[in-house]
Design a protein around this ligand. Structure first.
Ligand code: NAD
Ligand code: AHE
Ligand code: ZN
Length: 368
């Protein structure tokens, strides 16, 4: 069949809309009609050329929601007309990682996914007879996609696609990092570096679990109002203070219990660790730093009890946890609507990237 898609031909160049050939689902695979997709900073990171796994030409996008149109042989967990969210972190429930119960990082298809291919090492997208690569196993900047069934979370049918698509990455990443990775407890002091599409979800989850102080750090003063609405109690703009770490240590009587880095900058990663409380403070890295960048701190920071952790997709097990997060949204426990500041048709997807880069949007959503 044909599908309209935004193609990334080359690093640093705008996406181009084209009709692409899409081959149907093979064994264990599912054809999904994508109804809406968010634009995440990670799409920009890969498009910019800074991602060591970035390959071109590819169809980017990993924050989608849609409907199952057709299932390939052997598929049992979803059927035609089911509403689904594609998962860039699948959940096979059989690999060593899934069975460990210690991580959400299912590795069943990670190596082919990282090479832009389906699990049988081929692409389902073709243009003029030449393959176009998949991205993060999802490629939601295409109206139709083929994905393995282990990479689909089945969600309730009454949830709106133009909002639930954001649960495909940003919402789950931010909310999950608080609940599944850090397990923030009521009364904790929380710091969030970067108040964008991820950081604001960290803030709302910190409020949800009953955190005490919720301190937001961002260079963009325009972020303060929205962050306060989502639960931030104190705002620190690094431009207005002499030393960000000292400021946070003073505000929290010795340091944060939990500090989340939602920027992807190795300097702020260091600050997020060093603003943690001696003896127990934990810093969780969510931001994705460019190829070649490395983090640094004095080992003494760790010797004296601070903990450095990372979180991918919020530590969520996609097929198990994503439907629950959709329920939380439908029960008004989390706010997604106010974070979606812009909606666009596919033809204008490049405007979505410009809005993100200029700091005007929190999330732009493309509606097919
Ligand atoms: P975003 O562009 O919406 O937000 C980033 C925010 O950081 C902006 O508000 C910006 O003003 C602020 N900022 C930039 N530089 C800063 C600095 N030096 N000091 C203080 N604030 C600064 O991006 P997003 O979609 O929220 O993504 C944030 C990061 O998380 C990105 O690196 C993205 O790739 C990553 N990410 C990781 C995961 C994961 O699973 N680990 C999932 C999604 C996104
Ligand atoms: N190819 C990148 C990996 C970037 C990365 O860490 N991605 C996150 C998800 S970001 C979503 O917006 C992730 O899930 N990581 C775990 C994994 O297996 O990729 C790079 O920098 O190499
Ligand atoms: Zn993302």
């Amino acid at each position: 069949m044909k599908t309209r898609a935004a193609i990334a031909w080359k690093a640093g160049e705008p996406l181009q809309i084209a009709e692409v050939d899409l081959e149907g689902p093979r064994a264990g695979e599912v054809l999904v009609e994508i109804k809406a997709t968010g634009i995440c900073h990670t799409d920009w990171y890969t498009l910019s050329g800074a991602d060591p796994e970035g390959i071109f030409p590819a169809i980017l996008g990993h924050e989608g929601a849609g409907i199952v149109l057709e299932t390939g042989p052997g598929v049992t967990s979803v059927k035609r007309d089911d509403h689904v969210i594609p998962l860039y972190t699948p959940e096979c429930r059989q690999c060593k990682f899934c069975l460990s119960r210690k991580t959400n990082l299912c590795q069943a298809i990670r190596s082919t996914q990282g090479r832009g291919l389906m699990p049988d090492a081929t692409s389902r997208f073709l243009l003029d007879g030449k393959p176009i690569y998949h991205y993060m196993g999802t490629s939601t900047f295409s109206n139709y996609i083929v994905v393995p069934e282990i990479a689909l979370a089945k969600i309730r049918a009454d949830a709106p696609f133009d909002k639930t698509c954001y649960i495909g990455c940003g919402v789950t990443t931010g909310v999950g990092a608080v609940i599944f990775t850090a397990k923030v407890e009521a009364g904790a002091n929380v710091v969030v570096f970067g108040l964008g599409g991820i950081g604001l979800n960290v803030i709302q989850a910190a409020r949800m679990v009953g955190a005490d102080k919720i301190i937001g750090v961002d260079l963009n003063p325009g972020r303060e109002e929205m962050a306060r609405k989502f639960g931030m109690t104190h705002f620190v703009n690094p431009k207005n203070v002499e030393n960000v770490v000292d400021t946070i240590v003073q505000l929290t009587d010795g340091g944060a219990d939990y500090a989340f880095e939602c920027i992807g900058n190795v300097q702020t990663m260091r600050q997020a660790l060093e603003c943690c409380h001696k003896g127990w403070g934990q810093s969780i890295i969510i931001g994705v730093a460019e190829a070649g960048k490395e983090i640094a701190t004095r080992p003494f920071q760790l010797v004296t009890g601070r903990v450095w952790k990372g979180s991918a997709f919020g530590g969520a097990r996609g097929r198990t946890d994503v439907p629950k997060i959709v329920d939380w949204y439908m029960e008004n426990k989390i706010n997604i609507d106010d974070l979606i500041t812009h909606t666009l048709p596919l033809d204008r997807i490049n405007e979505g990237f410009e809005l993100m880069k200029s700091g005007q949007s929190i999330r732009s959503v493309v509606i097919y």
